[in-house]
Design a protein around this ligand. Structure first.
Ligand code: CA
Length: 199
């Protein structure tokens, strides 16, 4: 007999779960969780904006910290970015608490050299504003300036195997966004259509 998905299973009934809630996505909740988890893991928006300034000031000497913060905020509004942040931080936290299954637990906890899924996940952030973010991503990963140096310090305790790449990727995506917008400013006479909400 087919089980009606709206009806509780006998097991659920026994557990006192009355009715299965239909899954509905709350975008605001996802956005808020993203902000909150970055903060709980010790990363401030301003620190990511500092990476953006570091990456872009040589191309745009007039670039301000306010512009960098604004661009980081816009990157964080993208669902692809929020998904990657929540997934990566979740894995870091679970590894820190020893709750993953072996051998993944040891690989993430020890930031194992041959485990590259942290970087691959971060690429889904970098790619949001096109491939020019890739150069910046590689560059910050190599130099590890500012907040990235702290996140990479293995002596400090918390597991940041995913977070360091995520932060570098958000800064790279924000840098790409700036580059694209500056180009559009130069091309105002062409009047290219903008993506909705992309100011
Ligand atoms: Ca990493």
């Amino acid at each position: 007999m087919m089980q009606n998905p709206e009806q509780p299973t006998p097991k659920e009934e026994k557990m006192g779960i009355p009715e299965r809630q239909a899954y509905s996505l709350n975008s605001r909740k996802v956005a808020e969780a993203t902000r909150s988890w970055l903060q709980q893991r010790g990363v401030q928006i301003e620190e990511i904006a500092e990476l953006v300034l570091f990456l872009q000031k040589k191309y745009y000497p007039g670039l301000t910290m306010e512009e960098c913060i604004h661009n980081v905020e816009k990157v964080l509004e993208k669902r692809e970015v929020q998904n990657a942040v929540l997934t990566g931080i979740q894995l870091d936290v679970l590894a820190e608490e020893g709750k993953l299954l072996s051998p993944l637990q040891e690989m993430i906890k020890n930031d194992e050299g041959l485990y590259g899924v942290d970087e691959i996940l971060a690429l889904s952030i970098v790619n949001v504003y096109g491939s020019i973010g890739l150069t910046n991503f590689g560059y910050v990963d190599k130099l590890k300036p500012g907040v990235l140096e702290r996140l990479n310090d293995k002596n400090l305790g918390p597991v940041h195997t995913f977070l360091d790449d995520i932060v570098g990727a958000i800064a790279s995506a924000a840098s790409s966004r700036i580059a694209h917008n500056k180009q559009s400013e130069r091309e105002v006479e062409i009047e290219l259509p903008k993506e909705p909400g992309d100011d």
